[in-house]
Design a protein around this ligand. Sequence first.
Ligand code: HEC
Ligand code: HEC
Length: 459
Amino acid sequence: MGSRMKTIRISTQGLLGLLVAVVLSGCSKTEHDQPLTDADLNNPNKVLGRPLPGLTAEELRKFRVGEMLFKKEFTPEEGLGPMFNGKSCWECHGQPGPPGGEGRDISSTSILNYAKRDPVSPKSKKPLKEVIRGLTKVDVDFFLTKGGPSLQRKTITTEFPNRGTFQDQLDFEQVPMDAELQSNRHSPPIYGDGLIDSIPDGEFTAQGIKEMVSDPAVAGRAAVAVDRYTEASRSARFGWKDQHVNLFNFTTGAMNIELGLTTYGAHTENSSEPLGDNPEFLRKINQAGQPNDKGKILLALTWYQTLLAPPPRGPITPQVTAGEKVFEKLDCAFCHRPSWTSASKVMVADPDSKLPLIDAVEVAALENKTFYPYSDFLLHDMGLELADGIPQEGAKGGEWRTTPLWGLRFKKFLMHDGRTRDIHTAILMHGGQAQSSADRYKSSSQEDKDALLAFLKSL
Ligand code: HEC
Ligand code: HEC
């Protein structure tokens, strides 16, 4: 999917303009810089969807533009479809309220990935259960000629029946009968992702080495993926399987696969037949031209997500403090690493760039910040029950990125497919490399279990 793009040139021209703006605006205080009361802390409308503290007026202005686009419902005339999963980003990343949160439910906002073992792989000759955890990309056929590996559930003719006649009906995508590997992915929250984006690559490698030295049986693997713009291999950190290196790449894919918007960097519609079996109808409807977005929307969306703040901790009680110790004692913190620090210099692609050139500007609010995502961002084998068999970039069939736990108190659906809503059950579902930690939880005293849950509910 998508054509390889020319390398983007990053110039420093924009930097000067930004510095001038900082001086002029004098880092003005915004409503979001006001302290929250204890009562506010459990109110999602007060703590989700906020910008990082300390933004300049100019940075905040661009944040608001991106927020509008994140919430905006696109239309077929603007390029939505022909196949898609949602009309806006907010539709799947907007719970419980402000943009940037998790998906509404599993049936309409999760994404189904599918594949089958490639008959030429020796692993296709064995019972699936024996090999599923070790499947890598070379073992698997992703149905790339049939619009795979992500299902698009909707088309512009199913969702906008007034735009054409019944005869204009487009073929929609179906899961092939022989797709033996299927994986439902819940939409995760996006808040705080700009800070994660600002962790230098080497830190993930260092974390992998640290874990290997301390306990090889539990140690995660630092994931590597290719940046579609620079074609460089970089530390991957986003997605349930660590399949993307940064928000710019992820957003390019999300616009293309989830909304059907072609954009700077992804010029081809994500369907087996780019214009379906009724190109005339589609050309008439899509007045946005190709690509639908020359880059403005992509840059604004990326900027918005990059500056979206993680929620602050909930109220801290003595039981919460005791639970934090249990979290360490049970080795949860081995994978769910509490804190990271962002790079000392962070450049972000500027939505005001004179496209097709992209300028990057320095964002001080992202620099040298210590933050608390509770994840090592590494890949861990989580056992047979959780294995979906779908390898992505460096991740094998049984591996998952340690899920960040910040904002856990607002989440409804847990684990990659939202298979439980209950934190206690989610812990018991930890297998593979996390089995010993889950066993220790199981044999803990009731007091310790209660404290641990109180701690997790404060994140
Ligand atoms: C139909 C639902 C849906 C829509 C619409 C959607 N997403 Fe997502 N999004 C998901 C799911 C599901 C995942 C997890 C995918 C995975 O990792 O397998 C995800 C993951 C992400 C991530 C990675 C987050 C992380 O921390 O790992 C980002 C960033 C993201 N989406 C941005 C967007 C943007 C921007 C848009 C709009 C252009 C968008 N999404 C539209 C469902 C959706
Ligand atoms: C070996 C690494 C590892 C250890 C140890 C570990 N986890 Fe996890 N945890 C993960 C991974 C990986 C996932 C994602 C699994 C999935 O979605 O299928 C996860 C998911 C979770 C989730 C669900 C989060 C969400 O939003 O879906 C919770 C809650 C959680 N872990 C808590 C804990 C607690 C509490 C402990 C200690 C008893 C613990 N974990 C130990 C790696 C680990």
